[in-house]
Design a protein around this ligand. Sequence first.
Ligand code: F3S
Length: 65
Amino acid sequence: MKATVDEGLCIGCELCVDICPRVFEMQDDGFSHVMVEPIPSEQQDCVIEAEDSCPVTAISVEEPP
Ligand code: F3S
């Protein structure tokens, strides 16, 4: 699994960082960034929760084919 944050959409609400702090991290640009790739299996549930919770749907999750 791979996750990305669209910086054109992210408003820096930090919800994803609260939900999944081992994967998402706020950086100096004011946007959340994905810190690990691929997403470890034990982090996949919270990544999906973050994707569902982001108020501007800035998080995309890709499953490998
Ligand atoms: Fe940005 Fe959404 Fe996270 S707005 S900080 S990607 S919850």
